[in-house]
Design a protein around this ligand. Structure first.
Ligand code: SF4
Length: 436
């Protein structure tokens, strides 16, 4: 039976792309399937085969049994921005902003900042790519610098990734103007404004973009896709990602480079030995910012991780929620609380989390303002346990206060970390975090 690939028409920030093909048509890998009408990115076939369904939200392809490595190339152009646009590149670190818009910025000698921080625990595909393809990344950086008139590149990566840092430094040549900046292993060092602070010493306001600091930030996979678009005329038809958790026989992170867009989650799980017994949930994305998904969901251009977790612990005590701007939002914390069969009695947000056009933004990501007041508010509301989505630093003050008030502490990532035997996200020892 043919394998089916479901390509969602909305793959990025902006509107969905409009189908250009008809049901029943035969397509090659790389065939242009849909174009956006405003902000957005075009969609290309990730496999060769026959179109079997077109709806308002997706195009389904029944794949040929034999897939060739060849693809239909995008049109050649002298403009880097035009080729990036035609290739359908968007922020592949998860943000999904159309890359051609960023590359249209005139930095007038400013900086391209590369996000190779891979901030979410357990995800390892970005670092693997730096080790495996440093030349391609360097080439993508050169093209991005040329398109934006950048005078230098700051390459942000966690200091713990010594092998990747060494591999990348080896390919940098005199005159490249690329500086590697090693960042501490804390969440959320990969947040856009945290990277600007750490690499350029500028703390942007909650509503300011990197351009205010004279910078454009690009994820490391995004910049590799830029090199592919310009040098190979390759559209975005595949995605790098990590599969980890209660799968197969081990709990290691399994990295896959170039998984076809539209691949079902079930197929990825099968590739690592399938789900191992009962499980809590499947997460698409990282432990902090991922969302629960089903085996029928599919890989999109922003998919970075598939995580299968252990079953949830029950929490019978009244539960308070503490929301971080850089981790799970209130809706996701409520979802986790529901899966723990907990009764939510209060909600607080970190005092550095500011509402910017309906989304929370942190005033100074990863630098704790102190959570004592918020924990006491939750205690007053009757909470005997707290579920938080705080950054590494803020878990410090949660742990300083909550146990003294006889409140158990849960972090949104606990069920993920316990699944793989990883240390829980706390910077202070845990006195009593067990659920009832
Ligand atoms: S300071 Fe508060 S809002 Fe900012 S990252 Fe830490 S917990 Fe989140």
């Amino acid at each position: 039976m043919a394998k089916n690939y479901k390509l969602l028409l909305k793959q990025s920030i902006g509107g969905p792309a409009k189908p250009l093909v008809k049901n029943g048509a035969t397509v090659k890998k790389g065939t242009l399937l849909a174009q956006p009408e405003g902000l957005g990115v075009p969609l290309h076939a990730s496999v060769s085969g026959k179109i079997t369904e077109i709806t308002d939200t997706y195009i389904m392809i029944a794949a040929d049994a034999k897939q060739s490595a060849d693809f239909e190339p995008i049109a050649k152009s002298d403009s880097i921005v035009e080729m990036v646009k035609a290739a359908g590149i968007c922020g592949m670190g998860g943000a999904g902003f159309p890359t051609y818009v960023k590359l249209g910025t005139d930095l007038k000698g400013g900086a391209i900042v590369i996000n190779a921080v891979e901030c979410e625990p357990l995800l390892k595909h970005n670092i693997k790519q730096v080790i495996a393809q440093p030349e391609k990344i360097r080439r993508g950086i050169q093209l991005a610098m040329q398109a934006t008139n950048a005078g230098r590149c700051l390459f942000a990566i966690k200091e713990k990734n010594a092998e990747a840092i060494a591999a990348f430094k080896k390919v940098i040549k005199d005159g490249d103007n690329i500086e590697v900046r090693a960042l501490p292993d804390l969440y959320p060092m990969g947040e856009e404004r945290a990277i600007i602070r750490e690499t350029m010493g500028v703390m942007l306001g909650v509503d300011q973009l990197p351009a205010v600091a004279g910078a454009v930030i690009l994820n490391v996979e995004t910049v590799a896709r830029i090199a592919e678009a310009v040098d190979e005329r390759r559209p975005v038809i595949s995605k790098d990602l990590t599969v980890v958790g209660k799968v197969g026989k081990d709990r290691e992170s399994h990295v896959f480079l170039d998984i076809p867009i539209g691949t079902p989650v079930q197929e990825l799980l099968d590739m690592v030995g399938g789900i191992d017994g009962e499980y809590g949930e499947i997460i698409m994305g990282g432990p902090f910012t991922g969302k629960s998904c089903t085996p029928e969901d599919v890989v999109v251009k922003t998919t970075g991780g598939i995580i299968v977790t252990m079953e949830f612990l029950n929490e019978k005590r009244p539960l308070g929620l503490l929301v971080c701007a850089c981790g799970a939002n209130e809706a996701r914390l409520r979802e986790i609380a529901g899966k723990m069969n907990a009764n939510v009695v209060g909600v607080q947000k970190c005092k550095q989390a500011q509402d910017v056009r309906g989304a929370l933004k942190c005033e100074n990501p990863g630098n704790c303002p102190g959570q004592a007041e918020k924990i006491m508010e939750l205690r007053k509301a009757g909470a005997q346990a707290v579920l938080c989505s705080n950054c590494s630093d803020c878990t410090n003050t949660v742990m300083c206060v909550a146990p003294k008030l006889k409140m158990a502490v849960h972090h949104e990532t606990d069920h993920v970390m316990r699944t793989v035997g990883h240390a829980l996200i706390r910077r202070l020892p845990i006195e009593e975090c067990k659920a009832n």
